[in-house]
Ligand binder design. Sequence first.
Ligand SMILES: [Ca+2]
Ligand SMILES: [Ca+2]
Length: 332
Amino acid sequence: MNVQINKSILAVVFCWGLSLSALTQAGTYSGGGGTEANPYQISAVNDWMELIGTSADWKKHFILTADLDFGGVAITPVARDTNPSSSGFQGTAFTGVFDGGGHVLRNFVINRPARDYVGLFGQVGSGGQVRNLGVEPLRVTGRLYVGGLCGYNKEGTITSCYATGAVNGYWNVGGLCGENYSSGKITSCYATGAVSGTESVGGLCGVNWSTISGSFWDIQTSGMTTSAGGTGKTTAEMQTLSTFTSAGWDFSTVWKMLRENEDYPRLIWQEEFAGDIAGLYGVDLIDLSYLSRHWGLVDCGGADDCGRADIDSSGDVGIGDLLHIANDWLKR
Ligand SMILES: [Ca+2]
Ligand SMILES: [Ca+2]
């Protein structure tokens, strides 16, 4: 009898173990099958956490279907190095396709000061693609090969991406990518984050052995006048449409310029807010002070539309417009 019961318990435990291991082998995300025709859908922070934890999927296809705000939490890279005491990369590179869908991942921290290959993606390998993605970490800290988007682009293709946020490391540190190696390709990307490090440090990339084209970094906000690859521009130039159109950037299906001379290019499907009427993308004191400068204006709707301050199209600038800013306060 006891033997029988023990056998049943064993069977239950065995099945439970099997289902657990199935869970760790492939993610479910917000749907999709991980193929090119039917990519896994990333639509919530939990989906990204699942991707971080599921190395078996790092060769699959993904699409981001919304802007994600991580609320300031610390995350680890996808395709991270698993052995800090051995030089070189140990672990699984990202060789899949991550299409940002014109959306943004923002408001997270990556804090691995004693680790190499540090970025949203640690190492992008052969066949790996990251495209149409904005990356806005609060800060990224690592040791060797550190970047906002990727630590080490070994042989991957990175297209139409941007990275903001501070990046700090020791060697091979860049605002977008720590090192672009071998057949790695970076096209139509920019970086604006403050970059700091000891050796081979650059506004866009720290080290480049391959092809970087049509890409830029902000020499003022990055604090870097040099980069391995890319073209350095002032903030004013980075907020000028022709800087990018003359480099072949696609402003009909990939990028948009919300406010030339005030903001950087943004990805076309980034969320927009009614209260975002001035300055950089997002609703903050700049928008509030812009509203206050136009406060009390009447007869809006003419040629200048009260300079965008009549948000609710009521014909004047007043409480109704302030409510829009209050409602969207600090959204980005
Ligand atoms: Ca704004
Ligand atoms: Ca109004």
